[in-house]
Write a protein that binds this ligand. Structure first.
Ligand SMILES: Cc1cc2nc3c(=O)[nH]c(=O)nc-3n(C[C@H](O)[C@H](O)[C@H](O)COP(=O)(O)OP(=O)(O)OC[C@H]3O[C@@H](n4cnc5c(N)ncnc54)[C@H](O)[C@@H]3O)c2cc1C
Ligand code: FES
Length: 256
């Protein structure tokens, strides 16, 4: 695994929704080798264990990466205190990213809550050949919908309480979309029940699907077994490390 560990400057930071922060980090070394779907492991002041956050966008020419994260507990609360001009201590890029199909291929990007950020770099790659369906609990948690549109993706926002967009889960618009369109691949990241439902739909329509798992993590580099996940390959069950073997898996490999 080829990764860099160090302190890098935060060049931009803003709050974009309730408890949700958007940061840019100047790290040419990481930007140069990172790919869509990989993550960074961030040191939170006062905590031994780092916190994993997906790479949301990669700006290779500026030598920067973008992350978008929600304050969930004490670790992310500390990370959100890091201001523009201060250093953030990261290990990155970690894990295996998404497979990118040949130019002209059509992709569906499914994001659930904090599973939405890693879909944005895919939207930069697939542009108008991508359709994003992103779901949140409620309107004040909605993030990044304009960023997907700026990249050329068509976007459908869903909220569980119906406060904006489609009232319900991402799976309903996904099924509607697949009745009319025949994409080459579905990418998904979000809560496990959402991933399980998306995987079933992909199977029903015979479409390749890659999912990214947001497992709790310890070391982030395959040394502690903190992120073990059961997978199947060639009919045999294996125990894999989400941090090292994932977080991206083919949908028919994961046991959720
Ligand atoms: C590969 C990967 C990529 C991720 N990318 C992002 C991202 O781009 N943006 C983002 O906002 N979050 C992302 N997460 C989730 C993020 O890592 C957790 O929210 C964070 O570690 C919580 O730390 P904390 O100290 O603030 O909360 P804690 O005090 O550790 O936990 C607070 C609450 O969050 C839950 N929680 C903690 N870790 C996870 C997890 N991994 N998955 C689900 N629930 C969890 C706990 O069960 C608890 O209920 C990602 C996780 C992984 C594994
Ligand atoms: S987090 Fe330690 S093995 Fe994956």
């Amino acid at each position: 695994m080829n990764y860099i560990c160090g302190a890098f400057k935060v060049t931009d930071k803003k709050q974009i929704a309730k408890d949700i922060y958007d940061m840019r980090i100047h790290t040419p070394e990481v930007a140069n080798i990172a790919s869509a779907g990989q993550f960074i492991h961030i040191k939170a002041d006062g905590f031994f264990l780092r916190r994993p956050i997906s790479i949301c966008e990669i700006y290779k020419s500026d030598g920067e990466i973008r992350i978008v994260f929600e304050i969930r507990g004490k670790g992310t609360r500390e990370i959100a205190k890091i201001e523009i001009g201060e250093d953030i201590d990261i290990m990155a890029p970690l894990g295996n990213g998404f497979d990118i199909l040949a130019s002209g291929s059509k992709a569906i990007l499914i994001g659930g809550g904090v599973g939405t950020p890693p879909m944005l770099e895919l939207s930069r790659i697939y542009g108008e050949n991508s359709h994003a369906i992103i779901g949140f609990r409620t309107a004040d948690k909605v993030m990044l919908s304009y960023d997907f549109a700026k990249n050329g993706s068509t976007v459908q926002v869903c909220t569980e309480d119906g406060t904006t967009g489609h009232h319900g889960f991402v799976t309903e618009p996904l099924k509607e979309y697949l009745k009319q369109e025949n994409p080459n691949i579905i990418y998904a990241c979000g809560p496990r029940p959402m991933l399980a439902a998306v995987i079933d739909i992909a199977k029903e329509y015979g479409i390749r699907c890659q999912v990214s798992l947001e497992e709790r993590m310890g070391c982030g580099v395959g040394a502690c077994l903190g992120c073990a996940c059961r997978t199947v390959k060639d009919g045999e069950e294996h125990l894999t490390h989400v941090c090292k073997d994932g977080p991206v898996y083919e949908s028919d490999e994961v046991i959720l």
